[in-house]
Design a protein around this ligand. Structure first.
Ligand code: DOR
Ligand code: ZN
Length: 437
């Protein structure tokens, strides 16, 4: 065994952080960033020439469905984390709505063992809230957050009764509660209306507004940290802005599908555009872009289903997103719709802060050496082959600017020019040991 520490000197990259963009060098020792400065020398380090690359902190996707166990025909920990690395994502947080949902200590342990052997990027696991586990200390089982579905979607997870909702919010836990905020009574009401044929009309904005209001009231009453998943409407933004102004302990996320697609794409995409929350009106999309400073993070809600399932009589909701989020955001940055600093803030810095990931989300000494190199000058078309097992994308055919060139995970190069060199098991769980107080 070589006992020499692994030293690498990333030379002359353009380093992007939420605060600044500057040309500089990054010294990596073993798995961590040791030093960042405009110029560094280190006689023992292997030099990586980063001239011509922008370097982002490795992306943290706080919302993915990697489908294992139970639906590995759609995705598994190996294919899902390969898709992550291809997309410049070095950490994923996996959702609990598996066919056997991740709602018990045993189910979490089972998932943990599967991920440990297969994951190629780092990961955290959500525990699902149910009426049954509302009296248990589910926050102590090593999950990275509690996911609570207020409206029915893929899988059976759902909490609608006040007593279970209140108990989950009032539990003494430092984990954030992430809510899928669509009101279930509203969803049932509109789904029964035969005049509403489009998916977006069957889950209209009022469903989201009702659930967000309810979740905010619970969080403000109990003081529990709340994170609202996939905010998609102007009305939710107004609720969030008012809550933030009151000092509520809450954050929110938006997805690429709600930022880059709208109801104008619904017909063209057919079942491939069916997702929950649904695609929204161009006015809602506009409101998200106008209020980007009120959105804490962008996460994919990577929710793969097979092409056959999508073409069936009852297509399931969800779309993959891990491989397309960063190219879409870089393209928007090239169009000046947001800045590169915004991209670093939304996809890495803030997800690490919301989920208390102490060693993630910064290009600074002491943090994990998770780095995503991009070439901003390269324009191309998003297309197959995809790494995700479902092998399709709603963004296929879209022209983008900004290619993901190389990815480092805790100091190791795991992707170069689209080729993934990570091994099954390269990824580590972000457990309680790496979570800051
Ligand atoms: O469209 C969706 N698909 N929304 C969800 O909330 C769940 C997801 C899935 O797991 O397929
Ligand atoms: Zn989801």
């Amino acid at each position: 065994m070589n006992s020499q520490p692994n030293r690498r000197l990333i030379r002359s990259g353009i380093i992007v952080t939420p605060d600044e963009i500057f040309r500089g060098d990054i010294l990596i020792v073993d798995e961590s960033i040791a030093h960042v400065a405009p110029h560094l020398d280190d006689a023992d380090a292997r030099v990586v020439d980063a001239d011509g690359y922008h370097i982002l902190p490795g992306l943290i996707d706080a919302h993915v469905h990697l489908r294992e166990p139970g639906a590995t025909h759609k995705e598994d920990f190996a294919t899902g984390t390969r898709a992550a690395l291809a997309g410049g994502v070095t950490t994923v947080l996996d959702m609990p709505n598996n066919p056997q949902p991740t709602t018990t200590r045993d189910a979490l342990e089972e998932k943990r063992a599967l991920a440990r052997d297969k994951a190629m990027c780092d990961y955290g696991l959500f525990i699902g809230a149910t009426a049954e586990n509302a009296r248990l200390e589910i926050g102590d089982w090593g999950a990275v957050g509690v996911k609570l579905y207020m409206g029915a979607t893929t899988g059976d997870l759902l909490v609608t009764e006040f007593d279970a909702l209140y108990r989950h919010f009032a539990a003494r836990s430092r984990l954030p509660i992430v809510v899928h905020a669509e009101d279930n009574d509203a969803l049932k009401f509109f789904a029964n209306d035969p005049t509403r044929t489009r998916h977006s009309a069957r889950r209209p904005p009022i469903s989201a507004a009702l659930a967000v209001s309810r979740a905010l009231a619970l969080a403000e009453e109990t003081g529990r940290q709340l994170h609202i998943a996939h905010l998609s409407t102007a009305r939710e933004i107004e609720l969030v802005k008012a809550a933030t102004a009151r000092g509520a302990r809450m954050t929110c996320e938006a997805t690429p599908q709600h930022l880059f697609l709208s109801t104008d794409d619904e017909e063209r995409l057919g079942a491939f555009g069916v997702v929950n929350p649904p695609l929204r009106s161009p006015d809602d999309v506009h409101a998200l872009w106008q209020n980007l400073q009120h959105i804490d993070l962008v996460a994919t809600d990577h929710a793969p289903h097979t092409i056959e399932e999508k073409q069936s009589a009852k297509p399931p909701s969800g779309m993959p997103g891990l491989e397309t989020m960063l190219p879409l955001l870089l393209t928007a940055a090239s169009e000046k719709r947001l800045s590169l600093q915004d991209v670093a803030r939304l996809t890495s810095h803030n997800p690490a802060r919301v989920f208390h990931l102490a060693r993630k989300g910064e290009i600074a000494a002491g943090y994990d050496a998770d780095l995503t190199f991009v070439r901003l000058d390269e324009a191309y078309v998003l297309q197959k082959p995809w790494q995700t097992k479902c092998n399709w994308s709603p963004f296929e055919g879209r022209r983008v600017r900004g290619r993901i060139a190389r990815v480092f995970l805790r100091g190791q190069e795991v992707m170069a020019d689209g080729e993934i060199t990570a091994n099954a098991g390269s990824g580590k769980e972000i457990g309680l040991t790496t979570v800051s107080e």
